[in-house]
Design a protein around this ligand. Structure first.
Ligand SMILES: Nc1ncnc2c1ncn2[C@@H]1O[C@H](COP(=O)(O)OP(=O)(O)OP(=O)(O)O)[C@@H](O)[C@H]1O
Ligand SMILES: O=C(O)C1=C[C@@H](O)[C@@H](O)[C@H](O)C1
Ligand SMILES: [Mg+2]
Length: 169
């Protein structure tokens, strides 16, 4: 399949963006970029270290990273869970791309998630529910395609590939 657009994955922390993104990129023979990993490589600091200087500090770096990454296409881009908090991020990402919301049941996310490595959830895993209620409408608003990740990873990837082939509507 020939694609000249970026595929951008959005969704809650732990919904499967990185895992699915890597496999999808392999399948489509496209480069894969994970925004959190790009930021860590570029700054030489962990997301947790950057967050310790305040969320706003991290969000500025995130927006710059998104500008840099989306100027190169086509590729598969896995975003950080909070990317939808700034409209400017989504304006940049929506250019020449298919935005896919990976919708994984919150109960499955809670089972898997390593809260200690996540600045917004550390010491308060319950916060994931409030993040979910805040962000769910934003993920829906900004996506071109919503894909449920409620069975296996391979099934989810096949659904994405089918939807892209069919023109995703
Ligand atoms: N459908 C699924 N079945 C089983 N395990 C899954 C499924 N989807 C995701 N996972 C697992 O959930 C964990 C979180 O996935 P992943 O790290 O890809 O999420 P993410 O959206 O990139 O999270 P983050 O916001 O931390 O970047 C991984 O261990 C992954 O293997
Ligand atoms: O959900 C969030 O707001 C975040 C998710 C991670 O991917 C990181 O981008 C960071 O920890 C913030
Ligand atoms: Mg990830």
């Amino acid at each position: 399949m020939f694609l000249n657009k970026n595929i951008v994955l959005i969704g809650m922390p732990g919904c499967g963006k990185t895992t699915i993104g890597r496999l999808l990129a392999d399948n489509l023979s496209l480069p894969f970029v994970d925004v959190d990993e790009y930021i860590e490589k570029k700054t030489g600091k962990s997301v947790r270290q950057l967050f310790s200087r305040g969320e706003e500090f991290f969000r500025e770096i995130e927006t710059t990273a998104i500008k840099e990454i989306s100027s190169l296409s086509p590729r598969v881009i896995a975003t950080g869970g909070g990317v939808v908090k700034k409209e400017v991020n989504m304006d940049i990402l929506s250019k020449n791309s298919i935005i896919i919301f990976i919708n994984r049941p919150i109960e499955d996310i809670v089972k898997d998630i390593d809260a200690d490595s996540r600045p917004l959830l550390k010491d308060n895993l319950d916060r994931i529910y409030s993040l979910f209620y805040e962000r769910y409408p934003l993920y829906l608003k900004y996506c071109d395609l919503e894909i449920k990740n409620d069975i296996g990873i391979d099934e989810t990837i096949n659904e994405i590939l089918d939807a892209i082939k069919k023109g995703y509507d």
